[in-house]
Design a protein around this ligand. Structure first.
Ligand SMILES: N[C@@H](CCC(=O)N[C@@H](CS)C(=O)NCC(=O)O)C(=O)O
Length: 219
């Protein structure tokens, strides 16, 4: 049987290390106990034909024999459905968990990514910086919603699911700010998710690749 392959970057700058979205897939595979291999790519120099696997030239992709998937959320969902570990079998509980998967990627991640763009790509652009206050408020509004929901709970639903896996990876993104760290409910939730052995293995695997590969080009 051919091994599952996950695409990932050989190296990214420190601000992105530990955040690249193959982490979600590695984590889901670790939770499911499915072994995988890496398909390592250079950020600036993707192999000929890679867009046949990922139309936008991004990571991650997931290859399992003839099945090729892209979009980290879809890949995590596939792994979760296949293994049963990350989604409850009860149909209603499963639908709730999937609701949180979409919520993480579709409601919470976009304002966070907008803020990240401002802070990490346009920090010297005064026009962009004028948008920052509003961008922070938009992130806070989403974080307030997640924190209020989580208050008194360990996880978004009554057990850890793929919804938590995606939400935790999204909450990691604004680590250059104290937005999550300053909210005790969210900080504790994130720490709880990150303490899972499967997360620790996934993170170590991503970071090991960067440690083994010197910066190939200036990004
Ligand atoms: N929605 C996609 C986003 C993938 C994505 O943004 N990947 C980044 C790394 S985390 C990437 O490869 N960026 C390079 C690019 O967009 O050209 C997913 O969740 O898989």
């Amino acid at each position: 049987m051919s091994a599952i392959k996950v695409s990932a970057y050989r190296w990214v700058p420190p601000f992105a290390q530990g955040l690249v979205r193959d982490l979600r897939v590695r984590w889901a595979l670790e939770e499911a106990g499915l072994p995988y291999e890496e398909r390592l790519l250079d950020f600036r120099d993707k192999p000929e034909g890679y867009r046949k696997l990922q139309p936008f030239g991004q990571v991650p992709t997931f290859e399992d024999g003839a099945l090729v998937l892209f979009e980290s959320g879809a890949i995590v969902q596939h792994i979760a459905e296949r293994s049963g570990v990350l989604l409850p079998s009860d149909p209603s509980a499963r639908a709730r968990a999937m609701t949180w998967m979409f919520s993480a990627l579709n409601t919470v991640e976009p304002p966070i990514m907008f803020l990240v763009q401002i802070d990490l790509k346009f920090a010297d652009d005064s026009a962009a910086m004028r948008l920052r206050e509003g961008a922070v408020d938009a992130v806070k509004a989403r974080l307030d919603g997640v924190a209020a929901w989580l208050d008194g709970r360990d996880y978004l639903e009554d057990r850890f699911t793929a919804g938590d896996l995606l939400m935790a990876t999204v909450l990691r993104i604004p680590r250059h700010t104290d937005l999550v760290a300053s909210m005790p409910v969210l900080a504790a939730y994130l720490a709880r998710c990150e303490a899972r052995p499967a997360f620790q293995k996934a993170l170590a695997a991503q970071m090991a690749v960067f440690a083994n590969n010197a910066a190939p080009t200036q990004l």
